[in-house]
Design a protein around this ligand. Structure first.
Ligand SMILES: Cc1cc2nc3c(=O)[nH]c(=O)nc-3n(C[C@H](O)[C@H](O)[C@H](O)COP(=O)(O)OP(=O)(O)OC[C@H]3O[C@@H](n4cnc5c(N)ncnc54)[C@H](O)[C@@H]3O)c2cc1C
Length: 346
């Protein structure tokens, strides 16, 4: 192993500080690995933009998202993990130790990297959206549907996800209106049929949301209405709204890993089945960045635990192999991306 002289070196670098990254930090630091967590553009991850989290086990009466993430972070710090409030802007996973450049201009190197950069829900980008996100606007029916019992909610989108969200919301809401900017849906036929045959669901087609409106009463912010526009007629209307679910897709935060990590067509990192291993030995991925199916805090945390265990075992096997024989300076990565130590470990 040849250290980069100008780099700050750590055994484990975790990219991302949501439930996945911080759980990985708890496990890695507790295994006495020198661990840093790059918190990135959203310290604490997606749960910091929501209010009540009622489905994270261990909190019988629910907990506020930012508070939950603060507990995760403090638990990781208790075992010696360190948070760096920097964003990684470039990586080189073809060198070993792996190299990471941060937006502060600093260079870091690491013996194992855990990628936990999440997937951001795509936003409409209209006024009021950021203000009322978590206060009536949501991107996750599984997470927040329960808060809208007997209310009238809107789902924005025309794909399978929007149809799934709408169907799920009928368990709670009195009425669900799907808003879509076209007449035709992108969703599969079967999902469209299910939605159309559900008496609680109706449609507002050729329509876009132009603004989210709300109020703050007794210090409590909440969404009260949406301004919509018919794209054919140009007609505008303000509609009372208890809740809006924006379901126009997710974008995995993986741009900087292109050319290094294998991804699917949407940019989600591909990991080996029942593991967090990527195609690069020593680089692991966990949480929403590699999971487009479940997208929950508890599943992200679970895979964060897996990533730290995978990383710890990989480092251990590599060191054993190093003691037995000389390992190439690049960790064996140059020879087809498989280090000899990782082959020994698999
Ligand atoms: C409004 C809302 C409400 C939700 N409510 C619930 C709920 O009630 N229950 C539930 O289980 N789930 C809920 N979810 C889903 C849950 O938040 C996610 O499934 C979970 O946060 C995913 O965790 P993660 O660690 O994989 O990624 P994230 O939480 O997305 O964290 C990603 C992390 O990566 C960092 N990052 C990104 N790029 C870089 C980079 N280049 N360098 C360094 N760091 C980087 C970010 O700053 C962030 O810290 C909700 C989501 C939203 C949006």
């Amino acid at each position: 192993m040849q250290a980069e002289p100008h780099a700050e070196h750590h055994e484990v670098a975790i990219l991302g500080a949501g439930p996945a990254g911080l759980t990985a930090a708890i496990y890695a630091a507790r295994a006495r690995l020198d661990t840093v967590v790059f918190e990135g553009p959203q310290p604490g991850g997606q749960l910091t933009i929501t209010t009540e989290v009622e489905n994270y086990p261990g909190f019988e009466h629910g907990i506020l998202g930012p508070e939950l993430m603060d507990i995760f972070r403090r638990q990781a710090h208790r075992f010696g993990a360190r948070s760096l409030y920097e964003t990684i802007v470039r990586v080189d996973f073809h060198r070993y130790p792996f190299l990471l450049w941060s937006d502060s201009g600093k260079l870091y190197s690491a013996e194992a990297v855990i990628v936990a950069t999440g997937a951001s829900a795509k936003k409409l980008g209209v006024p009021g959206e950021a203000e009322y996100m978590g206060y009536g606007i949501s991107a996750c029916a599984t997470c927040d549907g329960f808060f809208f019992r007997d209310q009238h909610v809107y789902v924005v989108g025309g794909g399978d996800t929007a149809m799934e969200e709408a169907l799920f919301l009928t368990r709670f809401a009195r009425r669900v209106t799907i808003i879509h900017r076209r007449q035709e849906f992108r969703a599969s036929k079967i999902m469209q049929e299910r939605v159309r045959s559900n008496p609680k669901i109706d449609f507002l087609l050729d329509t876009v949301v132009e603004e989210f409106l709300g109020e703050t009463r007794d210090g409590l912010r909440r969404l009260t209405a949406i301004r919509v526009r018919n794209v054919r007629t140009g007609e505008q209307a303000v509609l009372p709204a208890d809740g809006v679910f924006v379901a126009i897709g997710h974008q995995p935060n993986t741009d900087i890993f292109r050319g290094f990590l294998q991804m699917d067509e949407q940019g989600y990192i591909i990991t080996e089945p029942r593991s967090t291993r990527t195609n690069i030995p020593g680089v692991f991925a966990c949480g929403d960045v590699q999971d487009k199916v479940y997208r929950q805090a508890v599943t992200a945390a679970g895979s964060g635990c897996m990533a730290a265990i995978d990383a710890e075992r990989w480092l251990e096997a590599r060191r054993h192999a190093e003691q037995g024989r000389a390992v190439p300076a690049d960790g064996g990565l140059a020879s087809g991306g498989e280090s000899s130590s990782s082959v020994a470990e698999r």
